[in-house]
Ligand binder design. Structure first.
Ligand code: NDP
Length: 312
């Protein structure tokens, strides 16, 4: 069975940054790139908030550059996904694509998360043309325009507050008659003059000839007073939660109630010695490319320390 000193899982900013650091530390890391090469950033267009790019950078270009930088330091890229793990013993055991077994001294989990969508065909139809799941990524394109945010949790309130600083009007489309968000976030959105909360509304579809121009909503669906409403908007933002990709690790690695891997304090250490988590799979709060990259760096530094301390 092949043995790897530092195995990195995931090819977003966290995984590639871990690869750069682990490579430079001579750990000869192996990185499994997973299903979505380059991660979530490859689904956005222009990235304007990654430091070092005053003119912005294309998401695919940024990930291509990060990959090349990791390869420069002998981080070996492989295609494949981890389909099973056994972290009950050391060395740690992993199975790739259901067929290849490996052992590893350290594992860095950087498998990311996926934004949840409503499942409407129009979300696909208008992808990149007014539909987004990231206000900090795309909000800037909606300055002085009208947008809607779907969801009533903390993420939705944060996204709505952020967008309210840019857009002329923000609608929150909330399916219940209350917000699930923390009190402080509720108060913030309720006290923002250009945020209108549409309680008990659900989205039926989107319309528009050149991108999103509006949404078809239904109020109090299934009730006697059910009513169909259209709103004019230029942007439609999903904020109904994210799904971290932690399923395969759950038998051994502690996660919170939403599936995010729990790390210890400010470190990327998990409850399993030698296993570290970086990026969105362990971050329900910030979910930014730069924070993911930073945690990938920390995970590689921790892996290096662990290997040295255990003479591996
Ligand atoms: P949540 O699960 O807390 O909220 C999801 C929201 O989306 C709910 O209002 C839910 O409605 C709604 N929703 C879910 N599915 C649908 C659907 N199909 N159609 C319409 N609406 C839907 O997710 P968040 O991402 O907001 O938060 C995740 C965790 O991260 C939470 O614990 C949160 O507190 C935390 N967080 C904390 C922040 C902070 O402290 N600054 C910032 C962001 C997140 P319903 O209520 O009806 O189920």
């Amino acid at each position: 069975m092949e043995h790897i000193r530092c195995l990195i899982i995931g090819s977003g900013p966290a995984g590639y940054t871990a690869g750069i650091y682990a490579g430079r530390a001579n750990l000869r890391p192996v990185l499994y790139e997973g299903l979505q090469l380059g991660g979530q950033l490859t689904t956005t267009t222009e990235i304007e908030n990654f430091p070092g790019y005053p003119q912005g950078v294309d998401g695919n270009q940024l990930m291509t550059d990060l990959r090349a930088q990791a390869e420069r330091f002998q981080c070996e890229m492989r295609s494949g996904i981890v389909t099973a793990v056994d972290f009950s013993q050391h060395p740690l055991r992993l199975t790739i694509d259901g067929q290849t077994d490996l052992s590893a001294d350290t594992v860095i989990i950087a498998t990311g998360a996926t934004a949840k969508y409503l499942g409407l065909p129009d979300e696909q139809k208008y992808a990149g043309m007014g539909v987004s799941a990231c206000a900090t990524c795309d909000g800037f394109f909606y300055r002085r325009k009208k947008v809607a945010v779907v969801g009533g949790g903390d993420t939705a309130c944060e996204e709505a507050s952020y967008l309210a600083g840019l857009a002329s009007q923000v609608y929150m489309i909330v399916r219940k008659n209350y917000l699930r968000a923390s009190k402080i976030m509720q108060e913030r959105v309720m006290n923002t003059p250009n945020i209108t909360i549409l309680f008990e509304h659900e989205t039926l579809g989107l319309f528009g000839d050149n991108g999103v121009e509006g949404a078809h909503l239904v109020k109090r669906r299934g009730q006697a007073d059910e009513q169909q409403v259209d709103i004019a908007i230029d942007g439609f933002f999903l904020a109904i939660g994210h799904q971290p990709h932690s399923e395969v690790f759950k038998p051994f690695v502690d996660t919170d109630e939403n599936g995010y891997i729990i790390t210890q304090g400010a470190t990327p250490r998990t409850n399993v010695a030698g296993v570290f988590a970086a990026g969105d799979v362990a971050d329900p709060l910030y979910r930014q490319a730069v924070t993911a990259a930073a945690s990938g760096c920390k995970a590689a530094l921790e892996a290096e320390k662990y290997l040295a301390e255990h003479n591996l």
